[in-house]
Design a protein around this ligand. Structure first.
Ligand SMILES: [Zn+2]
Length: 211
């Protein structure tokens, strides 16, 4: 390919209606450097360079009928989760990260099912941590029943209930919450995790510094 052809392609990249602002390899927010564009009437692929000095890798963004469909290759980075919650439920951390890997691979259905399973372990392990005397009952009761019976903190209870409602939609044939999707479920799980973290850290502080 001639230099002027490459230059023309770089100009055409600037005409793309969407260019990703996140490197799929180092996950930094970037303005990617256009390298080369190739397309026919329906499909296109643009190669970019990540300007982050610690990364500096090339990646390819794909387009179909001018619609952006994703950038590859992708590298999965484990989700940062608070230590307090990690200590309460190692299974949650593992399943949640597997769900995020499914999201990373554009496996939306498995992402939703994985989040629902992660939520169950998060809630049940948290309940067992709070009320160890009820461990056997917690293990066999439904998720909704555990949320109602064994969670005292109102913020955790309200968030966990809503996560469970949307979570059920991810595993059932008919959706009840049609305006909510798997991204909302992920957001509410993260909110539940944040409230659990506040609660667990506050309890730890109060137990260490009694009056
Ligand atoms: Zn990068």
């Amino acid at each position: 390919m001639q230099i002027n052809e490459i230059f023309n392609n770089q100009l055409r990249i600037k005409e793309l209606n969407y260019v990703t602002d996140k490197c799929p390899l180092c996950h930094s927010s970037i303005s990617p450097v256009p390298v080369i564009l190739s397309h026919n009437n329906y499909k296109g692929a643009a190669m970019f360079l990540c300007p982050n000095k610690k990364c500096g890798n090339f990646f390819i963004s794909h387009y179909e009928n001018d619609r952006y469909t994703g950038s590859y290759p992708k590298i999965f980075i484990e989700q940062p989760l608070p230590d307090s919650v990690k200590n309460v439920s190692k299974c949650f951390v593992q399943i949640y990260n597997e769900a995020k890997q499914a999201e990373n691979s554009s496996l939306k259905n498995l992402y939703g099912i994985g989040l629902r399973k992660a939520l169950e372990f998060l809630i049940k392990d948290y309940c067992i941590n709070e009320k160890p005397e009820n461990a056997d009952a917690i293990k066999s009761e439904s998720l909704a029943s555990c949320i109602n019976k064994y969670i005292d903190d109102n913020n955790i209870k309200e968030c966990a209930s809503r996560a469970a409602w949307i979570g059920n939609d991810e595993t059932h044939y008919k959706r009840k919450w049609v305006d909510k999707d798997v991204t909302d479920l992920d957001d509410i799980i993260q909110l539940t995790v944040a409230w659990m973290d506040y609660n667990l850290r506050t309890k730890k502080l109060l137990s260490e510094m009694t009056k």
